[in-house]
Design a protein around this ligand. Structure first.
Ligand code: FAD
Length: 268
């Protein structure tokens, strides 16, 4: 077996797990497509001691820490995963690697319509905890469930709910209005609850069980990151759509501890 653990996904969850496992002297390969969910945002918030850091800088520092303990990180995409008699085979672009245990930290995709994509993570966003403070007291338009309006009022009294978003107006690289049907609603920012899709196809192919959440079906884990498939773990947004960066990192660390104990129990 080439690696004790292969981690698929090198965002906050995957790198955090890799840090714990490499410090526990496990041989770890992280395979990362380098497309973290918050890549469009210039700043990351709510990560204690790193508030305002660029999301990509967090991962750059994380990679350096993992590599400093001997962890291997490759920029590549996993194309398939299969169970073998004593572990797992992971198909990369031009080779297959093997591992005793797998951690999926592949995150999720926000299904943002093309006409909003250029502004996503700037003045169009879904998470008011991540972006709300920066647009406090401004004109905010909310698309999504009515409940979200009450939440967004935490940041501004000027909140308008719209039943659809059919277009936007941008002036001087700033959002100025949202078009909803025949209405033009002046706006400094749009809170847009985009549908989310976990990157879980290989987990499902391995037989991992799912559970319903308010935003769809996600692979179910216990509080240590164990899926229903022995030897297969998951952490971060692939299993928990609500996990902000610090939570995803914590879930990765938690899963890593469990993976290590699992290997110890198995006598390796
Ligand atoms: C615009 C925006 C701004 C945000 N701002 C904040 C913020 O300020 N603060 C905050 O706490 N949270 C913020 N979030 C939430 C934050 O993005 C998530 O909490 C965080 O990214 C979850 O980390 P993760 O490791 O689970 O997944 P990700 O960070 O998405 O990392 C998953 C990684 O897995 C890789 N991957 C996926 N599939 C494969 C594959 N088959 N092979 C190889 N690699 C693969 C991806 O390329 C990616 O690098 C924001 C979200 C958005 C959309």
């Amino acid at each position: 077996m080439e690696h004790e653990v292969v981690i698929i996904g090198g965002g906050a969850a995957g790198l955090s797990a890799a840090l714990v496992l490499t410090r526990a002297r496990r041989s770890v390969l992280v395979v990362d497509g380098a497309e973290p969910r918050n890549k469009p945002a210039a700043h990351m918030h709510n990560y204690l001691s790193r508030d305002g850091l660029s999301p990509l800088d967090l991962l750059k520092h994380g990679r350096a820490e993992v590599e400093g303990y001997g962890g291997e990180i490759v920029n590549d995409t996993v194309h398939g995963v299969t169970k073998t008699h004593d572990g797992f085979a992971v198909e990369l672009t031009d080779r297959v690697v093997t591992a005793k245990r797998l951690l999926f930290a592949t995150g999720l995709v926000d299904e943002v319509p093309d006409f909003l994509r250029a502004r996503w993570g700037r003045d169009v966003f879904s998470c008011p905890y991540c972006h709300g403070y920066e647009v406090r007291d401004q004109k905010l338009v909310v698309f999504g469930e009515e409940m979200k309006v009450a939440l967004v009022r935490q940041w501004s009294d000027d909140v308008t709910h719209v039943p659809s978003v059919d277009g936007i107006e941008v002036d001087d690289d700033r959002l100025v209005a949202v078009i909803s049907g025949s209405r033009r609603v002046p706006a400094d920012a749009l809170v847009y609850s985009a549908p989310v899709k976990p990157r879980d196809e290989f987990l499902l192919a391995l037989g991992a069980e799912t559970a319903e959440t308010p935003v769809g079906s996600f692979v179910r884990t216990d509080d240590k990151g164990r899926t229903s498939v022995p030897g297969v773990y998951a952490a971060g947004n692939v299993t928990d759509p609500a996990a902000i960066v610090i939570v995803a990192a914590a879930q990765g660390a938690q899963a890593a501890g469990m993976i290590n104990m699992d290997l110890v129990t198995a006598g390796t």
